[in-house]
Design a protein around this ligand. Structure first.
Ligand code: C5P
Length: 238
C-alpha cells in the first residue's frame, strides 16, 4: 500500500494547554531552547518531512502570544480554537483543518520539541504500508509498581509488552474524528480513543529522547538533549 492519489498527509500540533505543572508566566510552548521556542522546534521536526503538505497549530483563544505567531513556511496555519481538554483541542483542530475522510493526520504535542524527523518518516512509512493508524512509543524500561494509596506497594506489574506512548500519532482523519466524537472518557491521547472505537492501532518504535515537557526538570532535559545533538555526537539518531 502506498499513498493514494489525492490522499493528503497533514499534521496537527496541539499547543493549547495551560502548562500549569510547568509554572512560569507564559505557556510552556514558548520557552526557548537554542533561540527557538519549543513550539517552533516541534513544528520544524514535522515540516522537515516533505510528505507533510499542511500543518495546523492549535493555540488557545486566550493565548496572547499565539495571536502573533508567524511561520515562513506556507504549509503552516494557526488555529485559535484550543479547548478545555487535549481531545477538545484536537477535535477543534481537525474541524479547522477540514481534511478529507481518507487523509492522514499526525497529531503531535507542542510540548515534545525533541522529536526527530527520522521517526516521523518511520511512522508515515508504517501507516502507508499497513493502511492503518499507528503511534510512536518506546518500551517501558523501569520495574513498575502499583500502589494502594500512593505509597505502599500493592504489587509489581510486569513490564512485558508495556510501552510509553509518545506523539506524533497518525490516523485517518475521518476515523479519528468519529472516535473523538463521543469518547466514553476524556482520552489523554488519540490512540486511546481509536482503541475504544475498535480500531487496531500499531506501535512504531520511537526514540526515548522524544520526551514531553511537563515539569521544569523536563525542560532542562530537553535543553540537554539539544545541546548533545548540536555537539554533533548523535545527530539524527537519538
Ligand atoms: O497537558 P499535557 O502536557 O498532557 O498536554 C500535551 C499537549 O496537549 C501539549 O502540547 C498541550 O499544549 C496540548 N493541550 C491542548 N489543549 C488542552 C490541553 C493540552 O492543546 N486543553
Amino acid at each position: 500500500m502506498v499513498q493514494k492519489k489525492d490522499q493528503k498527509i497533514a499534521a496537527l500540533v496541539v499547543a493549547a494547554g495551560s502548562g500549569s505543572r510547568m509554572g512560569g508566566s507564559s505557556p510552556k510552548q514558548y520557552l526557548q531552547i537554542q533561540g527557538k521556542s519549543m513550539l517552533e522546534h516541534s513544528v520544524a521536526a514535522l515540516l522537515a518531512e516533505p510528505r507533510i503538505e499542511e500543518l495546523a497549530i492549535v493555540v488557545s483563544p486566550a493565548d496572547i502570544l499565539g495571536q502573533h505567531l508567524h511561520f515562513d513556511d506556507p504549509r503552516v496555519k494557526v488555529a485559535r480554537v484550543g479547548g478545555n481538554s487535549r481531545s477538545d483541542s484536537v477535535r477543534n483542530g481537525l474541524a479547522f483543518s477540514a481534511l478529507a475522510q481518507d487523509d492522514w493526520v499526525l497529531v503531535h504535542d507542542a510540548a515534545r520539541p525533541c522529536l526527530l524527523t527520522s521517526d516521523v518518516t518511520k511512522l508515515i512509512d508504517h501507516c502507508l504500508a499497513t493502511d492503518h493508524g499507528a503511534i510512536l512509543a518506546v518500551p517501558v524500561n523501569d520495574t513498575l509498581k502499583k500502589t494502594l494509596d500512593g505509597s505502599g506497594i500493592e504489587k509489581t506489574v510486569s513490564r512485558d509488552n508495556l510501552w510509553c506512548a509518545q506523539t506524533p500519532q497518525c490516523f485517518k482523519n475521518g476515523e479519528l474524528l468519529k472516535a473523538l466524537a463521543n469518547p466514553s472518557e476524556k482520552p489523554t491521547d488519540e490512540a486511546s480513543a481509536m482503541e475504544a472505537a475498535g480500531h487496531l492501532v500499531d506501535i512504531v518504535k520511537g526514540t526515548p529522547t522524544n520526551i514531553k515537557v511537563t515539569h521544569p526538570m523536563d525542560f532542562w532535559m530537553a535543553k540537554a538533549i539539544f545541546q548533545y545533538r548540536t555537539q554533533g555526537e548523535i545527530r539524527g539518531s537519538h
